[in-house]
Write a protein that binds this ligand. Structure first.
Ligand code: ARG
Length: 284
């Protein structure tokens, strides 16, 4: 009986190994020490290249990184993140398919694997790292408070916002900034940044927390708004990174090496500068 079991197991092992051997033949590579999980993650980059398309999730309400503009009369998403993605896609030899949603929706759909990467000025926080992967950072922002120009003298420190309504984009780290630092204020979280901006303009919100370049762009487009002379910081890691669903380690590695090159060549800084001009020009 024991002997029979031994033979059955040996036979089974042969069948399994045989199956592995034949599937490796097609790639021409020996995978003798490739574990199952490695085989799985090694496929993400190849799958994208095979399809010829990379699906990118974003929330295009974030000038100069991603925003809508008319190019030859046609609505298009442009920005520093868009230029960066185009440079990456060129390296990978694929086309780009954008999916533009609310910021919090984008993060959820990335985790569900509905897009290949999320590029949306996404801060690589520890909390998010529990549910997704991040590349190395490509931009380090600061936090700013946007208020009405006529309120300039009213708000000179955080304490002045006591009992006031302070806005932040839903699902963004700015929600945490308001909660942690504007402890005597009421946080109002709204899905899209233009809606938050409208509320500040109309006076239904007293202030809005945004990152530096984005605050500057909205202020450039709205003469009645200004950046308050109030210092705010984030306790989370604010730096922007490309986000990926878990299990995309091979793509993450490839993106890191492309990003490294783009940063070293000064391309990212160039993209930010070019699109800042574009976003502010739009206002004139
Ligand atoms: N950096 C902030 C965060 O990751 C805000 C990002 C918002 N991005 C956008 N495209 N609206 O939470």
């Amino acid at each position: 009986m024991k002997k029979m079991l031994k033979w059955t197991l040996a036979l089974l092992a042969m069948v399994v190994l045989g199956a592995c051997g034949s599937s490796n033949e097609s790639t021409g590579k020996s995978a003798s020490n490739t574990s199952d999980s490695q085989t799985k993650t090694a496929g993400k980059l190849a799958a994208i290249q095979e399809k010829g398309v990379i699906k990118v999730g974003t929330s295009a309400d974030f000038p100069p990184f991603e925003f809508h503009t008319l190019v030859a009369g046609k609505d298009q998403i442009v920005g520093a993140d868009v230029d960066m993605v185009n440079a990456i896609a060129e390296e990978l030899g694929v086309k780009v398919e954008w999916s533009d949603t609310d910021f919090d929706t984008m993060l959820a759909s990335l985790q569900a694997g509905n897009v290949d990467i999320g590029v949306s000025g996404i801060s690589a926080t520890d909390e998010r790292k529990e549910n997704m992967l991040f590349t190395d950072n490509y931009y380090v922002p600061k936090q700013n408070v946007v208020i009405k120009k006529t309120d300039m003298d009213k708000y000179t420190e955080i304490a002045d916002f006591k009992g006031k309504k302070v806005g932040a984009q839903k699902g963004s780290i700015q929600e945490g900034v308001v909660q942690a630092q504007f402890t005597d204020s009421q946080l109002v979280a709204i899905a899209k940044i233009p809606s938050l901006v409208m509320e500040v303009k109309s006076g239904s919100l007293d202030a809005l927390v945004l990152e530096d370049k984005i605050a500057a762009s909205y202020v450039a487009q709205n003469e009645d708004l200004v950046i308050a002379d109030v210092e705010v910081t984030s306790t989370d890691d604010e730096s922007y990174s490309i986000a990926l669903p878990k299990g995309s380690e091979d793509l993450q590695e490839e993106l890191n090496s492309i990003l490294k090159k783009l940063i070293e060549e000064g391309k990212i800084a160039e993209f930010v500068e070019k699109n800042e001009a574009l976003a502010n020009e739009k206002a004139k």
